[in-house]
Design a protein around this ligand. Sequence first.
Ligand code: GLY
Length: 355
Amino acid sequence: MPKSVVRINTVPSYEVHIGSGLIGDCGTIIRERLGDVKLAVITDSNVAELYLEKAAASLEKAGYRDVKSFVFEAGELSKNINTLSNILEFLAENQLTRKDCVIALGGGVTGDMTGFAAACYLRGISYVQMPTTLLAAVDSSVGGKTAIDLAAGKNLAGAFIQPKLVICDTNCLDTLPDEVFSDGAAEAIKTGVLASEALLAAFEESEPGQNIQDIITRCVEYKGGVVERDEKEQGERKLLNLGHTVGHAIEKLSGYTITHGHAVAAGLAIISRAAAKRGLCDIALAKRIEAVLMKYSLPISCIYDAKALAEAALRDKKRAGDQITIIYPEKVGECRLKNIHVDELYGLIRDGLEG
Ligand code: GLY
């Protein structure tokens, strides 16, 4: 199957290349778009073992000499100010200049943190996203949200900065542990609920792992459209946080032992049941969402009670004064934003937990 190329029409615009074996072609693709720049690769200890050599060989073959790499310990706990500081020092030691570029080779942690380093270093240099997980492919590598975590919560320091290019090698997804694959499936299913009957049906009708290039392409096309219309999340882009208000609370209460996608899946099921209970959507839709999440081995509830979840959610960055925006599905392809008073959140989550 030939690769797909999706153009994201932000200013400036960039391409997302999706296909099998693209790590082996990354040097050529980068040279065609970025020309003769100095490159540095940022990756984690797991991904380095699997793909760094292959990526480096492709870069060298395309004429990029002396590409340095920075490898940090894999895991969400590394997405902090210390690793960011080490990356910035590494870029400075290797004398990258404003015309140079960093490559984020890895999952969401690598992409978010490398993007933020690119935003800070010399007040902003270019970066390329090379997602190696489904979650990064369908969501975090596109749209320019970059961040690190603070002790007070996830993604609390960051910047909007669009990548120059995204290269997604779908072969990487073959080596993902089932749990990590499901994590990405949660964001992809969320996108299906937001986007259209056709995309949600693609998950219902195919088995996990099938038609993956097509699914990633359709998710990226949908997200790209939203980002083009609302790059800095002033309105429509908030819809992409469907399932995330409760999801972030679950992640936080678990001390991040429950991963992002699993938490978002539970958050999506909880908000869908709450919406159905309040007559905001049909109960059949909530049941349909539960069924597709379970098909991808994802949870549809959690062990935490409504009080703990509401308290954790209200410490999230999505709160604005005494208001918080919730996102709920009205129909497939028609999700809604609703501002509610913070005092209402507890009752809503309780309804969603009870089902
Ligand atoms: N992950 C949600 C967004 O990029 O807006």
